[in-house]
Design a protein around this ligand. Structure first.
Ligand SMILES: Nc1nc2c(ncn2[C@@H]2O[C@H](COP(=O)(O)OP(=O)(O)OP(=O)(O)O)[C@@H](O)[C@H]2O)c(=O)[nH]1
Ligand SMILES: [Mg+2]
Length: 399
């Protein structure tokens, strides 16, 4: 029996409508994933990396070099109490120079903040000469005091050796390098105690080999002060749980003894998230392992000098995990901030284009060149999983 043409068309349209509805329902049911840029998949409610949206300067009053005195030698300059800060070895000079050049070109040649270099060994004359030649600003060269660097007397050397073997078997990078553990401990709880920084409040940490891609035309230290910020980051990552199995249990012990230290507006949701990578949270005994990647940080040392953070660091230091495990300064800083600081005082410097191999923070802005906006990593695709920003944005926000 022949079917009339309008009826056939109606039937075809109905089938298409049903197919469309099925497609929409399936799309809505797609589970949350931890990486951006996977087509139409939702990422904790967001469809794409926010770095793909045009990025401008932060809101509010910004201090600019054109309108203020930032001359290198000015006695009454608009600079505040702050320094660029770098712990570095003499052997890394060739890797530090291009980094200095990047940061001077994109930012510091306008503002002329001093550089302070730290080392556990004296800097060579060549190091001093070549670094000073890269900037009009003052450079200071400081030796780390032995008592800030040496392995503390309550740490047992035999246990260090045994643990290093075990960590190495689990593929934990640098676990058998004692100086790496010393560096992580110094960055966790010592740098801000150096006598050369006693009168300095803000620091911008810089490591050799890192790159900067965007012109930044305002005084970032003034931004921190004016907007009541304690800490600024660019990259937010997962850590290797095997490097910190007892960090969270020790943290919980400390919190149990000091429940009043917890900030009302803390970041516990982010610190203990078990949705994005449940396996990580389980392996790290309750800590998501998410952290601000501390090779970049702009911070207020008053926070690290506070009683809460100081007692927390001392507790961790006594527990021994800087040496018996491989606790990094990134998770230690991040947990300290996440527990004791108000979340609104942490700022994502989305406008600072940055790279420490293998990860990027690359905004979509005419002020940037040399990186691809929204590209998070270069290398093997598994690296995409290490991005913890979806969890941070969900629990804390994109400020
Ligand atoms: N003076 C000094 N600086 C160190 C020492 N170990 C590390 N550093 C510095 O501490 C910072 C972190 O060390 P890195 O070796 O870059 O550690 P990382 O970033 O985890 O490792 P990479 O991925 O290899 O860069 C860098 O600025 C180093 O220059 C050390 O023994 N002495
Ligand atoms: Mg490094």
């Amino acid at each position: 029996m022949a079917v009339a043409r309008p009826i056939r068309l109606l039937g075809a349209a109905s089938i298409l409508l049903v197919l469309f509805l099925i497609f929409q329902l399936r799309k809505a049911a797609t589970p949350l994933v931890g990486t951006f840029g996977s087509g139409d998949k939702l990422v904790n409610g967001m469809k794409k990396d926010p770095l793909l949206d045009p990025t401008g300067e932060p809101e509010g009053v910004l201090w600019r070099a054109e309108d203020n005195d930032y001359a290198p030698d000015s006695e009454s300059s608009a600079r505040i109490n702050a320094t660029l800060l770098s712990l570095v070895r003499n052997e890394e000079l060739d890797e530090l120079i291009p980094t200095m050049r990047d940061l001077e070109r994109t930012w510091n040649n306008k503002f002329n903040y001093p550089w302070t270099f730290f080392n556990d060994k004296p800097f060579t004359e060549e190091f001093k000469r070549r670094t000073q030649a890269e900037t009009k600003a003052k450079c200071y060269y400081e030796l780390v005091p032995k008592e800030h660097w040496d392995v503390p007397e309550w740490i047992n050397n035999d246990i260090i050796k045994e643990s290093a073997e075990m960590l190495k078997e689990q593929g934990i990078q640098y676990s058998d390098k004692l100086s790496y553990h010393q560096m992580c401990r110094w960055n966790s709880g010592m740098f801000y105690k150096h006598p050369a920084l006693q009168n300095t409040r803000y620091y911008w940490r810089v490591e050799p080999k890192v790159q900067f891609f965007c012109n930044v035309d305002y005084d970032v230290f003034r931004y921190m002060e004016d907007h009541n910020k304690t800490y600024g980051f660019t990259i937010n990552l997962f850590d290797a749980p095997q490097s910190i199995p007892t960090l969270w249990p020790e943290t919980k012990k400390f919190l149990a003894a000091h429940p009043d230290y917890l900030s009302d507006n803390n970041m516990l949701g982010w610190l203990t998230d078990d949705q994005l990578r449940p396996d990580h949270t389980e392996a790290a005994n309750g800590y998501s392992t998410c952290h601000f990647w501390s090779n970049f940080e702009i911070g207020d040392m008053e926070f690290f000098r506070s009683q809460k953070y100081e007692e927390y660091f001392n507790h961790l230091d006594r527990a021994g995990g800087f040496f018996y495990e491989r606790w990094g300064d990134a998770p230690v800083h991040s947990i300290g901030l996440g527990l004791f600081e108000d979340a609104s005082k942490v700022h994502w410097f989305r406008d600072i284009g940055y790279r420490h191999i293998p990860y990027f923070n690359c905004p979509n802005s005419p002020k940037c060149s040399g990186c691809t906006p929204g590209k998070f990593y270069a290398g093997e695709p598994f690296l995409a999983k290490e991005d913890c920003r979806p969890s941070y944005f969900k629990h804390v926000g994109t400020h």
